[in-house]
Design a protein around this ligand. Structure first.
Ligand SMILES: Cc1cc2nc3c(=O)[nH]c(=O)nc-3n(C[C@H](O)[C@H](O)[C@H](O)COP(=O)(O)O)c2cc1C
Length: 354
């Protein structure tokens, strides 16, 4: 690829499936950062609508994020899923919801969404939960997109380089929400980006963005000093005016009584960092690694929690720095994170030429 230019500031607003909004992505881009609209869990049609909604709000570059498909196998995992459904049954009964019959489909409409992105010519397309197929990378490159792959260690970083990624998002254990570990059944490492970055930089020659627990201007300074070209922040934007956080999630996220975090498969089958609530306490011990089918099973429970304001039924995704999250316009958060970014150093490294 030739020179690319994404945003004046090396601050990326993380895609947050279920919680991110077109308004949040647009506000971050308008403030000089790079917003990423979350395409995970959406159909191609809904993704196209989301992209149009971002474009109606901003002329600035923004990104879109997709989940890689996860192979599913009912024969292999059916029993494990049924045992988890049994554990969920009493919770569903008291919430007065019915557990759905699962669809054994882990594609997340990936092919349809690649087509949408190819047409829409998005400045940056990021991926999580694996590496994109080479032909998808080539199609996105032909459409002018920079391709970023989420990785959690050096060997995943190498795999991303091998398929032609331009940029890595190195996600450490501090990150809120799902860990992007490529293999669904692998246990994620418990290293933060501060520990992981030197090994990854020694391994690959492409630029690296870091994610996980970046909440302050000091964290951004540390990341750039350590060799990252930019940071990707999720939790820092969760309480902003433009966030799509529902009331139950907000209640749990801000409740001083909830003090513990866990990395749990209880909500989706993939490891994700959340604040420990009633759901986690009850279901984490029996959770099974059957992503994304577990996500389908728990969806009506989470929806019931969101509808009734019950913070013990929703996924309280949060990074380790969640207590530092502040309400207000997303633009203020971008400005606070970028407060120590020196004009000179950022213009030489982000955006940059490949
Ligand atoms: C509510 C929430 C939803 C998330 N959804 C996604 C997603 O859809 N795609 C993705 O690549 N990462 C997702 N992540 C992970 C972020 O990209 C990022 O790695 C993480 O927020 C960084 O850690 P921090 O929350 O401490 O800033 C999500 C994180 C949160 C908190």
């Amino acid at each position: 690829m030739s020179a690319w230019s994404l945003s004046p500031l090396p601050i990326i607003g993380a895609p947050m499936a279920g919680t991110g909004t077109p308004a949040l992505a647009a506000a971050i881009s308008d403030a000089g950062g790079l917003g990423i609209f979350p395409g995970g869990y959406l159909t191609g049609e809904k993704l196209a609508e989301g992209i149009d909604a971002v474009r109606a709000l901003t002329d600035r570059p923004f990104g879109v994020n997709l989940f890689l498909p996860t192979p599913v196998d009912e024969e292999r995992d059916g029993d494990r899923l049924r045992s988890y459904a049994e554990a969920l049954a009493p919770v569903a009964m008291s919430a007065e919801v019915e557990l759905p019959t699962p669809r054994w489909d882990g594609s997340d409409n990936f092919r349809d969404k690649i087509e949408v992105l190819e047409q829409a010519r998005i400045p940056l397309v990021s991926f999580i939960f694996g590496v994109p197929p080479v032909d998808s990378v080539q199609r996105l490159h032909a459409a002018g997109s920079v391709v970023m792959a989420t990785v959690t260690d050096s060997s995943e970083a190498r795999a991303a380089v091998d398929v032609g990624a331009d940029l890595l998002c190195l996600q450490g254990t501090d990150a809120g929400g799902h860990r992007g570990t490529h293999r669904v059944d692998a246990e994620p490492n418990n290293q933060g980006w501060r520990e992981l970055l030197p090994a990854v930089l020694a391994e690959v020659a492409i630029p690296v963005v870091v994610a996980g627990g970046v909440m302050s201007a000091q964290d951004v300074t540390d990341a750039l000093a350590a060799g990252a070209v930019a940071v990707q922040c999720g939790s820092a934007f969760l309480l902003t005016d433009e966030s799509g956080m529902n009331d139950a999630y907000r209640a749990g996220f801000t409740d001083p009584a909830l003090t513990e975090q866990v990395v749990t498969r209880a909500f989706s089958g993939r490891p994700a960092r959340a604040i420990r609530n009633g759901f986690v306490a009850r279901l984490d011990p029996v959770a099974v690694p059957v992503y994304p089918i577990v996500n389908q099973l728990t969806k009506p429970l989470r929806a019931a929690g969101a509808a009734t304001g019950d913070r013990d039924l929703v996924s309280l995704w949060a990074g380790t720095g969640w207590r530092q999250a502040r309400p207000g316009p997303a633009a203020d958060i971008v400005a606070a994170l970028a407060a120590e970014v020196a004009e000179k150093s950022q213009s030489s490294r982000w955006p940059r030429s490949l």
